[in-house]
Ligand binder design. Structure first.
Ligand code: NAD
Length: 500
C-alpha cells in the first residue's frame, strides 16, 4: 500500500513538513498504517502564524456580510462532499459512517450560526448618555487565534472553533489531533474554495512541540482547546501565563439518573446509544448509570444486560454496526486495562467484551461492550474517564444520593435524568453541579445557538464554545464615549467627570 503523506495547510495550500519528524496515521478498523503525518517544528508554526498575521487585517476589514457569504458557500461545499468526508473520517477515526455524518452535521450547525455574524457583531448604543454625549460599543477581532482539537470529533470541534473565530474577522491556526488529520485538512481546502483568502485558516499538524509553539507565540491572541483534562489545564495555565485568552475543555464522566417512575424501555435505549455509540469515545457519552432504588436497578439490569450482549460491533464501513473500533491500539489497551482494574476493585462485570474478535479484521482495535454493576464511588473505574464502550452502574438508594453523585464528581460536563416527574426533573436541573443537563435526553449537547461547556475539571476558562459566548471569546469590546464640539461649551472640567 502507498502511504498517504500529510503535511500542513498554510497560506491557502498544502505544504510538506520540514521538521523530519512524523507520526503514523492508522485505519483503526484494520489496524493498518495508512499514512504518515508531518509533525511541525516551532519554526514551521511560527512561519504559519506570521503568514496569518499578514493576511488578517484585510480580512478584518472585509465587511461582515461578505465574511458570512464565505461561510454560506462553505456549507454548500460540505454538503457536496458529505459522503467522501464521512468515509475519510470513519476510516481515520474508527466511528461508523452514519456517526461520522453526525460529527460533520453538528459542526456544520455552528457554521450556520456563524452565517449570522453581521447581526451577532452589532454593538450597543446609548444616545444622550449625558448632554450631547453618546456611548457605543463595538466588537473587534483579536488578530491571530489558535485551536487545538481532540481525535474524537475531527470535523465538529474544528468547525466549532474556526467558524466563529473566522466570521468575527480573525485568522485561525488549527492544530488538530495527530490521529485523524484528514478531515481538518480537507475542511481548510474547502474554506479556500468557498472564497476565504489564503492565510486566514491554516492547519499545522503536530504534537506537543507545535502546541507549545502556539502557546508561547506573542502573535497568538487566544487559544481554544478541547481534549483530556490534564492537558486542558496545562494549556490553560501556559496560555494565560503569557496573557492570552484561553478556553480549555477537558474530560468527562457523565451520569444518567434513572428514577423509579422512568419509562424503562426509553431509558435503556438512551443508555445503549449514549453509552456505546462511537465506542464510548464521546465527551458527552454516558459512562455511569444511576438507577434509584434496588427495584429500579434490578429492572434496569434485566433489560440492559441482553442489549449489551447483543451489541453489533463492526468495521467503520458497515452501516449496520452499532459502533466500530477504538481509535488506536493504545486506546484499546488502556480501556481493557480499566476493565481489569474494575474486576480487581470488586465491581461485578456482568457483560465482558474483552474477548471480542472481529472476524476478518483481527488486527483492528475492537472491544466488545462491557457492563459493570455494583460500582462504588471510591473505585478508579468510577472516578476516572475510561473513554471506551464500558458502562458502570452505581446503585443509589434515593434521589438525594443520585443528585449528590454527579455533583460531587470532579468532572462536570453533562448529566441526564430520566423521569416522568416534572418536579424531580426541575429540582435536579436547578441543583446539579454540572454544566449541561438532559431531561429524558441522554446526550444533551446544546444546539449551535446555545453554548457548550462543562464545569469543574471539564472546563477551564469562563466562556463556553459556540453560541453567543463564541462571539465574545473571539472579539474584544471597545467602548466609545463621544461628545461633538457643539456640546463643549463649559471649558475645562477638573473634577471627575460624571453624567449629568
Ligand atoms: P488529548 O488531550 O490527548 O489531545 C488533545 C489535543 O492536545 C491534541 O491535539 C493533542 O495533539 C494535544 N496534546 C496531547 N498531549 C499534549 C501535550 N502533552 N502537550 C500539548 N498538547 C498535547 O485528547 P484526545 O485523546 O485527543 O481526546 C479525548 C479527550 O478529549 C477525552 O478526555 C474527552 O473527554 C475530551 N473531549 C472533551 C470535549 C469537551 O468539550 N469537554 C469534547 C471532546 C473531547
Amino acid at each position: 500500500m502507498v502511504l498517504r503523506e500529510v503535511g500542513h495547510f498554510i497560506g491557502g495550500e498544502q505544504v510538506a513538513g520540514r521538521s523530519g519528524r512524523h507520526s503514523d496515521i492508522f485505519q483503526p478498523m484494520t489496524g493498518e498504517v495508512v499514512g504518515r503525518l508531518a509533525l511541525a517544528s516551532t519554526a514551521e508554526v511560527r512561519g504559519a502564524i506570521e503568514n496569518a498575521a499578514r493576511a488578517q487585517p484585510a480580512w478584518a476589514a472585509t465587511n461582515p456580510q461578505r465574511r458570512a457569504r464565505v461561510m454560506m458557500r462553505f456549507l454548500d461545499l460540505v454538503a457536496r462532499e458529505i459522503d467522501s468526508l464521512a468515509d475519510l473520517l470513519a476510516r481515520e477515526h474508527g466511528k461508523t459512517i452514519p456517526d461520522a455524518k453526525g460529527d460533520i452535521q453538528r459542526g456544520v450547525e455552528v457554521v450556520e450560526f456563524a452565517c449570522g455574524i453581521p447581526h451577532l457583531l452589532k454593538g450597543e448604543f446609548t444616545e444622550g448618555a449625558g448632554p450631547g454625549i453618546d456611548i457605543y460599543s463595538m466588537r473587534q477581532p483579536l488578530g491571530v487565534v489558535a485551536g487545538i482539537t481532540p481525535f474524537n470529533f475531527p470535523a465538529m470541534i474544528p468547525m466549532w472553533k474556526f467558524a466563529p473565530a473566522i466570521a468575527c474577522g480573525n485568522a485561525f491556526i488549527l492544530k488538530p489531533s495527530e490521529r485523524d488529520p484528514g478531515v481538518p485538512m480537507r475542511l481548510a481546502e474547502l474554506m479556500i474554495e468557498a472564497g476565504l483568502p489564503a492565510g486566514i485558516l491554516n492547519v499545522v499538524n503536530g504534537d506537543k512541540e507545535a502546541v507549545d509553539a502556539l502557546l508561547d507565540d506573542d502573535l497568538i491572541q487566544a487559544v481554544g482547546f478541547v481534549g483530556s483534562s490534564d492537558i486542558a489545564q496545562y494549556v490553560y495555565a501556559r496560555a494565560t501565563a503569557s496573557g492570552k485568552r484561553a478556553q480549555c475543555f477537558g474530560g468527562a464522566k457523565n451520569h444518567m439518573i434513572i428514577m423509579p417512575d422512568a419509562d424503562m424501555d426509553q431509558a435503556v435505549d438512551a443508555l445503549m446509544g449514549a453509552g456505546y455509540g462511537s465506542a464510548g469515545e464521546r465527551c458527552m457519552a454516558v459512562s455511569v448509570a444511576v438507577p434509584v432504588g434496588e427495584n429500579t436497578a434490578d429492572a434496569l439490569m434485566s433489560k440492559l444486560v441482553p442489549r449489551v450482549e447483543s451489541l453489533k460491533i463492526g468495521p467503520s464501513t458497515d452501516p449496520s454496526a452499532d459502533y466500530g473500533p477504538l481509535v488506536t491500539r493504545a486506546a484499546l489497551e488502556r480501556v481493557r486495562n480499566y476493565v481489569d482494574i474494575g474486576v480487581r476493585e470488586g465491581a461485578k462485570l456482568v457483560v465482558d467484551g474483552r474477548g471480542f474478535k472481529m472476524q476478518g479484521y483481527e488486527n483492528g482495535f475492537y472491544l466488545g461492550g462491557c457492563l459493570f454493576d455494583h460500582v462504588a464511588p471510591e473505585m478508579r473505574i468510577y472516578k476516572e474517564e475510561i473513554f471506551g464502550p464500558v458502562l458502570s452502574v452505581v446503585r443509589a438508594k434515593d434521589y438525594a444520593e443520585a443528585l449528590r453523585l454527579p455533583s460531587a464528581h470532579e468532572y462536570g460536563n453533562g448529566v441526564a435524568i430520566f423521569t416522568r416527574d416534572g418536579d424531580a426533573a426541575r429540582d435536579f436541573a436547578a441543583k446539579v453541579n454540572v454544566g449541561m443537563v438532559g431531561i429524558n435526553v441522554p446526550i444533551p449537547v446544546p444546539l449551535a445557538y446555545y453554548t457548550f461547556g462543562g464545569w469543574k475539571r471539564s472546563g477551564f476558562g469562563d466562556l463556553n464554545q459556540h453560541g453567543p459566548d463564541s462571539v465574545r471569546f473571539y472579539t474584544k469590546t471597545k467602548t466609545v464615549t463621544a461628545r461633538w464640539p457643539s456640546g463643549v461649551k463649559e471649558g475645562a472640567q477638573f473634577s471627575m467627570p460624571i453624567m449629568h
